[in-house]
Ligand binder design. Structure first.
Ligand SMILES: [Zn+2]
Length: 157
C-alpha cells in the first residue's frame, strides 16, 4: 500500500503547495500565529525514516535543510523547530517551524497551550507578525528557487 483514498495526506491537501517532485511535497501551513510554518511530506506511505532507502532519506533531509536555510535567510527567526511525529498519518513529514521569542507559544512547542502574554508583548508580536506576513512571498520565492536548484543539481549527477 503506497497511497490510500481514506488518507487525508493522499488527498489534495487544503494547504498551499510550494514545491514538489515525484517523492516529496513541500507545503505552506497557514496557521494563525505561525508565519512561515512549512511541512516537508513524503508522498507515499512510509511511516518511519528507516523505511526509506538511504539516498531517499538523504534527499528528504536535504530538503528539510533547504527549508530551514530559506527561513533563516528571509524570515530571520529566533529559533527553528524541527519535528517529525507521523502518529496520525502513515506519511513521513517534517515540520519546519520558524519561532520567535514573542510568538504565542514560545518557548514551548507549538502544540502546547499558548504562553501567557501581557498586552505590550501581544502588541510587539502583532507588529512583528504583520512584517512577517509581508515577507512570506519572498520566503516562498527564495525557497522554491533553492529547491529548483537542488532538483537541477540532482538531475545532472
Ligand atoms: Zn496517505
Amino acid at each position: 500500500m503506497s497511497t490510500s483514498t481514506s488518507c487525508p495526506l493522499c488527498q489534495k491537501p487544503d494547504t498551499q503547495l510550494l514545491w514538489s517532485n515525484s517523492l516529496i511535497h513541500v507545503i505552506a501551513v497557514n496557521e494563525a500565529g505561525l508565519p512561515g510554518y512549512t511541512r516537508v511530506i513524503w508522498a507515499e506511505h512510509r511511516p518511519e525514516m528507516t523505511d526509506l532507502y538511504s539516498a531517499d532519506r538523504a534527499m528528504l533531509m536535504e530538503i528539510v535543510w533547504l527549508v530551514e536555510a530559506a527561513q533563516r535567510q528571509v524570515l530571520r527567526p529566533d529559533k527553528i523547530n524541527l519535528a517529525q511525529f507521523g502518529n496520525m498519518v502513515p506519511h513521513l513529514h517534517w515540520h519546519v517551524i520558524p519561532r520567535w521569542a514573542t510568538d504565542p507559544y514560545f518557548p514551548q512547542a507549538i502544540w502546547a497551550p499558548a504562553t501567557a502574554r501581557n498586552p505590550s508583548q501581544l502588541a510587539v508580536w502583532a507588529d512583528q507578525q504583520a512584517i512577517l506576513q509581508n515577507s512570506l512571498t519572498s520566503y516562498h520565492q527564495v525557497l522554491t528557487d533553492s529547491l529548483n536548484l537542488f532538483a537541477e543539481k540532482q538531475a545532472t549527477t
